[in-house]
Design a protein around this ligand. Structure first.
Ligand code: UDP
Ligand code: MG
Length: 308
């Protein structure tokens, strides 16, 4: 059995060597037949040279390098496309995904699971970030058709057929947490303690997290569109009731109140709802726009792997 370790790297010059040393030690200790595939996601630092060096000194190390930053989702897809093993493990380069878990994941694979997922506890994370995450997962699971669990990320082992299923999904807006869940197959979950990033910096800014969150909701279904329709029905119903009410008020009592308050509030509320609905529709149209272009997910500038 051959194991492919897939590592997306974006500006990871500080940790790469350490990552390589620790990981190869564990892999060789366990006598695995393996390859490590580093995907350089258009880093501007020395990442590319480091992985090229590693690859020329060690036949088991392969690399692909993007012409610019295409994002982690694209890097993972590239890794899955190029890997040639029977089982694939996707790992972060920053050692937040402990390589010591590899043997346990492989064990799960040998037991017959197609996905072995490493689930992270949120120990040691800032309270604000972990409570935002918790709230997000509670919310998103109401909205999304696939099951998403807190603490489950991209650190997982995929069997060849599971990986093939992922690669087959060539959609442009990739929300891999959803994709992994969507393909199904039997899963095994193993837990590990959260590790604070040692070197370098997390590339997640608040605005990136927010946009990732919206991606998660929108890229998986059309429930937001549904909610908008219900909202529209509800507001229309209220409006009709109000019109009937004012009509009888006028006919029976002959009162014709100017009603500044009602006018301005209905204009504002309706305006708000319309803008939100437009935004929701716009998000979907934007996605359709990107999908119809059928652009490649990434562009390779240099690689050690021959593509079949
Ligand atoms: N990464 C990538 N492209 C990007 C951003 C990140 O390939 O545009 C890689 C990064 O090098 C790391 C992994 O994705 O191996 C996770 O990134 P990071 O540690 O910044 O995210 P976090 O662990 O905070 O979720
Ligand atoms: Mg990290």
């Amino acid at each position: 059995m051959k194991l492919s370790i897939i590592v997306p790297c974006y500006e990871e010059e500080k940790v790469l060597k350490k990552f390589y040393n620790i990981t190869t030690e564990i892999l060789t200790q366990n006598n695995y037949n393996y390859e490590i595939i580093f995907v350089n996601d258009g880093s501007k630092d020395n990442t590319k040279n480091i992985i090229k060096d590693l690859s020329s000194n060690d036949k088991k190390v392969k690399f692909a390098s993007f012409s610019r930053n295409f994002g982690k989702e694209a890097a993972m897809l590239a890794g899955l496309t190029f890997a040639s093993g029977d089982a694939y493990i996707i790992m972060d380069a920053d050692l937040q995904h402990p390589p010591s878990l590899i043997p346990e994941m492989v064990k799960g694979y040998k037991e017959g699971f197609d996905q072995v997922i490493a689930r992270r506890t949120r120990k040691g994370e800032s309270v604000s970030r972990s409570s935002v995450s918790k709230l997000y997962y509670r919310l998103i699971n109401k909205f999304v058709d696939v099951e998403l669990t807190d603490g489950i990320g991209d650190f997982r082992l995929l069997s060849k057929r599971a990986a093939n299923a992922i690669v087959k999904m060539q959609e442009y807006n990739r929300f891999s947490k959803g994709l992994f869940s969507w393909i199904g197959f039997e899963e095994k979950v193993i837990e590990y303690d959260n590790i604070i990033r040692g070197e370098g910096e997390s590339k997640w800014t608040f605005s990136k997290l927010l946009s990732y969150g919206i991606d998660g909701i929108i890229s998986f279904n059309n429930k937001p569109l549904r909610v908008t329709i219900y909202l529209g029905f509800f507001v229309t119903l209220l409006a009709v009731l109000y019109v009937i009410f004012s009509f009888f008020q006028k006919v029976i009592y002959g009162i014709d109140v100017p009603g500044y308050f009602t006018t301005i509030s209905s204009v504002l509320i309706l305006g708000g709802i319309q803008l939100i609905s437009l935004g929701v529709i716009g998000e979907y149209i934007g996605r359709i726009y990107y999908e119809t272009k059928r652009r490649p997910h990434f562009i390779i500038e240099d690689q050690s792997i021959e593509r079949e």
